[in-house]
Design a protein around this ligand. Structure first.
Ligand SMILES: Cc1cc2nc3c(=O)[nH]c(=O)nc-3n(C[C@H](O)[C@H](O)[C@H](O)COP(=O)(O)OP(=O)(O)OC[C@H]3O[C@@H](n4cnc5c(N)ncnc54)[C@H](O)[C@@H]3O)c2cc1C
Length: 538
């Protein structure tokens, strides 16, 4: 039976005759980074046109519905939303005019299962530490030294972010100063840093139990991304009331107020570059839209491998730079619907991170055996339990999402086929993987057996189809140490008028991509941009 398309549509459907040219700025992609840049620039009086190829706006922050259920794609929890003093919360309040509300998760926001044992991460700096010390009393000193290392890394992250928007001479001076002040270990691998503090592998596994939030196990990720994520969630997890699509829904009116628009079904084919720099874009329907500034929120691989003409020399230069970065993890996700409320089913407001053991890197090798091998990580999220508005919007129903690594090689045979029409053998493979994920769910919550009303599995091919990541890379670029050495990953490109934004510029995660959106707006905005930076950052 063919699947019915989702009815959630945020943004306006593109038609060339609906354009209200001229625009000051074109943005390719309506991910949260692109929308944030658009919203900030609109508040500086710029008329911005956002072009999104999908049928709904938001990129990975979009939601979809089917068969009476609604799910999010790339938003399970956001940190730092409990205080209006944090950069993330200030940014959200600014771009949504305070229209987006947040609901806290359980104080025990993440539960890490290592085989049969489990450990909770608990919200609040003190409670976080105390829960770790209670679980590992002999490691108290290592835990305190770890927390101190997070603090040092936080300073390094701030300088990295600042360096992305400073003019070249100032950025050079900052880099030199940073070299003297910031210890080299901040950009060593997470495992290297932690093994300097302790040889307790279980403690290391608990501290790095959120590695799925960036897609690289501790032996491969930079300690910088580990520190960003650990601190981001240290005060607990929050969920947008009304679901992830409320983000785009509450941001778009501010863009429209300045004369701008967010178009969906608007696929950009090429960035037009003349002798003086970027001049606009050519759409998939052949229509050209001209503007002096183009921002790409489509990720650096898409921007430099697909959207810039091959003969463009600056583009060629970037293609060489791309050899220093790698696409991040691809995943499968099971979207589940149940005909009872979250409360009736006893669903928690806690995310489950299920690992076969504390040996993350060793267990990951099983993926090479192909589909059906034991999964090295299964992540379970309970969105309907987290969203206080769900019960009113979907009475008597509940949803669950289960994510696991799913290499794009597993699905290569169907690459280039059409969503919903990939054939019986593809459906059979998805069924096998779904069974594997459901088994993990029932193992942890046996009361759910027999209660599942509907489920469907997405694969890296779905990620490409809906969000244009050709290798299914859910976090854009890998967050390994080499990535953090790439000084070209910043808003301003070598091509005048062409800018970048989104998760490849600062880091993955909704607030990482939003900070990139802010930086891009600051870079383009001139004095009003710097005033906005002051308002947000100080
Ligand atoms: C399964 C999953 C779970 C996640 N969970 C969380 C979480 O719990 N918390 C959290 O903070 N983060 C989470 N993330 C990460 C977070 O969602 C992303 O890092 C962030 O949303 C990326 O934003 P972005 O601005 O880079 O744009 P993206 O969301 O990557 O959007 C880019 C947009 O560009 C569009 N595009 C590309 N090419 C073109 C073109 N040629 N023409 C027009 N449009 C184009 C795409 O269609 C897409 O909509 C998760 C991600 C995934 C996939």
């Amino acid at each position: 039976m063919s699947k019915k398309p989702s009815t959630i549509r945020i943004g306006r459907r593109y038609r060339a005759n609906r354009l209200d040219s001229p625009y000051d700025i074109l943005i390719i992609g309506s991910g949260i980074g692109g929308l944030t840049a658009a919203a900030c620039l609109a508040r500086m009086g710029r008329k911005v046109c956002v072009l999104e190829q999908h049928y709904t706006a938001g990129g990975f922050t979009h939601s979809y519905d089917r068969n009476g259920y609604e799910w999010d794609v790339g938003v399970h929890y956001i940190g730092d939303m409990g205080s209006d003093k944090t950069l993330g919360r200030r940014l959200f309040d600014y771009v949504t005019d305070g229209e987006l509300e947040w609901a806290p998760m359980d104080a025990h926001f993440d539960r890490i299962f290592l085989g049969e044992e489990s450990y909770d991460l608990v919200a609040g700096k003190r409670a976080y530490r105390d829960a770790l010390v209670a679980a590992f009393p002999a490691e108290e000193s290592a835990i305190d030294r770890y927390l101190e290392r997070l603090r040092v890394a936080r300073g390094a992250v701030r300088l990295n972010v600042l360096g992305k928007v400073l003019p070249a001479p100032a950025a050079g001076l900052l880099a030199k100063w940073k070299g003297r002040k910031i210890p080299g270990w901040v950009n060593a691998t997470t495992r290297e840093v932690l093994e300097e503090l302790t040889d307790n592998q279980k403690l290391i596994a608990v501290l790095t139990g959120q590695w799925g939030d960036n897609g690289l196990p501790p032996a491969r990720s930079s300690f910088l991304i580990h520190a960003m994520i650990a601190q981001h969630y240290m005060h607990g997890g929050y969920y947008p009331v009304g679901g992830a699509s409320r983000m785009a829904e509450t941001i778009i009116p501010g863009i429209q107020r300045a004369g701008g628009e967010v178009f969906t079904y608007a696929s950009v084919e090429e960035i037009l570059v003349g002798k003086d720099g970027a001049e606009g874009v050519r759409m998939a329907d052949g229509h050209e839209i001209h503007a002096p500034v183009v921002i790409s929120n489509a990720g650096v691989f898409n921007t430099f491998e697909r959207l810039l003409a091959k003969e463009d020399s600056a583009g060629r230069h970037y293609r060489e730079r791309l050899t220093h970065v790698r696409p991040s993890m691809a995943s499968i996700c099971l979207y589940i619907g149940l005909r009872h409320t979250a409360e009736e089913l006893g669903l928690p407001k806690t995310n489950f991170w299920i690992y076969p053991s504390e040996h993350y890197e060793r267990d990951l090798a099983a993926l090479d055996e192909g589909p059906g091998a034991p999964l090295p990580l299964i992540y379970i999220s309970f969105p309907s339990a987290k969203d206080p508005s769900f019960e009113e919007r979907y009475p008597g129903r509940a949803t669950i999402e289960i994510v696991a690594p799913g290499p794009c090689e597993w699905f290569e045979a169907w690459s280039g086929t059409t969503w919903g029409k990939r054939g019986d053998d593809y459906e059979a493979l998805k069924e096998r993987l779904s069974d594997q994920l459901l088994k993990a769910l029932f193992d942890k919550l046996p009361q759910l057996e027999g209660q599942v009303d509907y489920y469907e599995l997405s694969t890296p091919l779905s990620t490409d189809w809906f969000c244009r990541y050709p290798r299914g890379e859910i976090y854009g670029l890998d967050h390994d140490p080499e990535r953090f050495e790439q000084d070209w990953l910043k808003p301003k490109t070598d091509i005048p008028g062409l800018y970048l934004t989104g998760q490849d510029i600062v880091s993955c995660g909704v607030t990482g991509a939003m900070v990139a959106g802010l930086l891009t707006a600051v870079q383009i905005g001139g004095l009003p941009g710097w005033l906005l930076a002051k308002k947000m950052l100080l």
